[in-house]
Design a protein around this ligand. Structure first.
Ligand code: ADP
Length: 484
């Protein structure tokens, strides 16, 4: 599906650095393809080490004057950017579906969701409150202010090409930091389109920069630079660990949103139709390619058969196809490797005795589509019990007691999100408290919004995005001791 005419004005084949559209010094490029058709959309620069170093210098040059602007001014620029994004929602969504594959309705939703972080931080920019603390004696007053961290860098994944950027950029700019973003090479076009609109909104040159190219090369320059004071990364745990190590010599601040392996527990007192709807929302959004997707579904034995029947009906109603086609709810996976991983997880579970309730194969459409799949009575030894599947597969595990469900849910090195459905108020409090994750969805499958602190514990990451906590990540406390 070609990108509609109106969206073409937001398409760029250059990087946005220091207020200018630039190519790589070497002239090298990378091709961005539509994952549904494999057709090339456009080529973007493959920046080299020197290109990135120049961009860091530009962000550094802009830092002092940017942090000296009033919070009202930063708020107003963010608000204008937000409005421009919403005015171009359809065009941005079309670019997103072209490069990422998700259904157009989901792209529309993501653009609104991404913009909501800019709206939120336009407000929070004005509320970077400090504090005064009584000193230890009458001649001392302690005053604490929040200062911007300085030049920041972000490396973002392909599953949310807009939201993973705005969740980092909006609080950084609100706090008075300049920002260099390296979007995923699969989905740089949404990021560049956001830069077109940031430029129109009037942010000064160097404040927001988008760099495309090889992640390894750009990541190395960003992490090695002593100028870059903070790195925010969303992606896998192994790459997060690597970037954290690379950031250690310069003692960079890091925020890491890493892998999840979310449990979804259905207790015998759950509202089953609601639990099915919650699982559909949590599991099958973006074809199962989100870090908070339910990955392991634990169902208590007395309600297992009822839950399976209702889930089968709901999943069978999902429509697989090109994200631009009307009524499609499951688009293609991002690439062939993703299809192979999903297939491996399914075959492994089946070889260990799982029931095939629905799907189980690459879709007849070919390409990167996979059938929405339900596996029943899966073994605890299966790969999908331990690793993120990142695809449209719901593996169901049976359990008997609350203690068993909690132990199974926590039996992972990850701790991002967990979900459970129950109605007994005492159980709700017990289980919510016992789950070792940064976020818990209780009788809901949708937990992400700009007002809430998103983030994980254990090997799922460090730091939070969204809410006033997300702004604090881009500030340093400065304590001033006034003697008088
Ligand atoms: P995913 O499987 O979701 O792509 P990764 O953690 O491999 O997860 O990648 C997330 C993002 O991190 C990628 O889009 C890429 O831009 C970036 N990335 C991958 N490898 C590196 C690296 N060695 N250094 C810096 N960034 C990287």
């Amino acid at each position: 599906m070609p990108i509609p005419h109106a969206a073409k004005q937001l398409l760029r084949n250059q990087c946005f650095v220091n207020g200018h559209w630039v190519a790589a010094d070497s002239g090298e490029t990378l091709t961005v393809r539509d994952p549904a058709t494999q057709i090339p959309i456009i080529d973007v620069p493959n920046l080299g080490t020197n290109d990135v170093a120049r961009a860091i210098e530009a962000a550094n040059a802009a830092q002092q004057s940017w942090q000296a602007t009033s919070s009202q001014e930063r708020s107003s620029l963010l608000r204008t950017w937000y409005q421009l994004i919403m005015d171009h929602q359809k065009s941005l969504a079309a670019i997103m579906t072209s490069e990422q594959g998700k259904p157009f309705a989901e792209s529309m939703g993501e653009i609104a969701y991404a913009a909501s972080y800019i709206d939120w931080y336009a407000e929070e920019a004005k509320r970077q409150y400090g504090e005064t603390i009584p000193g230890p004696n009458p001649e001392t007053r302690i005053v604490v202010t929040r200062e911007p961290v300085g030049v920041c860098a972000a490396i973002t994944p392909w599953n949310f090409p807009a939201a993973m950027i705005t969740r980092k950029v909006a609080p950084a700019l609100a706090a008075g930091c300049t920002m260099l973003v390296k979007p995923a090479s699969e989905t740089p076009l949404t990021a560049l389109a956001l830069a077109v609109l940031a430029n129109q909104a009037g942010f000064p040159a160097g404040v927001f920069n988008v760099l495309t190219g090889q992640a390894k090369t750009i990541g190395a320059v960003l992490t090695e630079s002593p100028i870059v004071r903070k790195l925010s990364f969303t992606g896998s745990t192994p790459i997060g660990a690597k970037l954290m190590a690379q950031s250690a010599p310069t003692i960079k601040r890091v925020s890491l949103e890493l892998g999840g392996n979310a449990p979804f527990i259905v207790f015998d007192d759950a509202d089953i139709p609601a639990a099915v709807q919650g699982l559909i929302a949590s599991k099958f959004r973006n074809a199962g390619q989100t870090c908070v997707c339910a990955n392991r579904v634990y169902v208590q034995r007395p309600v297992y058969d009822e839950f399976v029947a209702a889930l089968k009906e709901a999943v069978a109603a999902l429509t697989v196809g090109n994200g631009f086609d009307e009524g499609v709810s499951i688009g293609p996976l991002i690439n062939q490797a993703a299809v192979e991983k999903v297939q491996q997880h399914v075959e492994d579970a089946l070889s260990l005795g799982a029931d095939l309730i629905l799907g189980g194969k690459p879709h007849a459409l070919g390409g990167h589509w996979f059938q929405p799949t339900i596996l029943g009575k899966v073994s605890q030894q299966a790969l999908c019990a331990r690793e993120e599947t990142f695809g449209p597969v719901a593996p169901l595990f049976v359990f008997d007691t609350e203690e068993e469900a909690i132990a199974l849910a926590n039996h992972t090195e990850f701790g991002l999100a967990a979900y459970f459905y129950a109605t007994d108020i005492n159980r709700v409090h017990r289980v919510a408290g016992a789950l070792e994750t940064g976020m818990v969805g209780i009788n809901t499958g949708m937990i992400s919004n700009a007002a809430a602190p998103f983030g994980g514990v254990k090997q799922s990451g460090i730091g939070r995005e969204g809410s006033h906590h997300g702004l604090a990540e881009y500030t340093e406390l400065k304590y001033m001791c006034f003697g008088f």
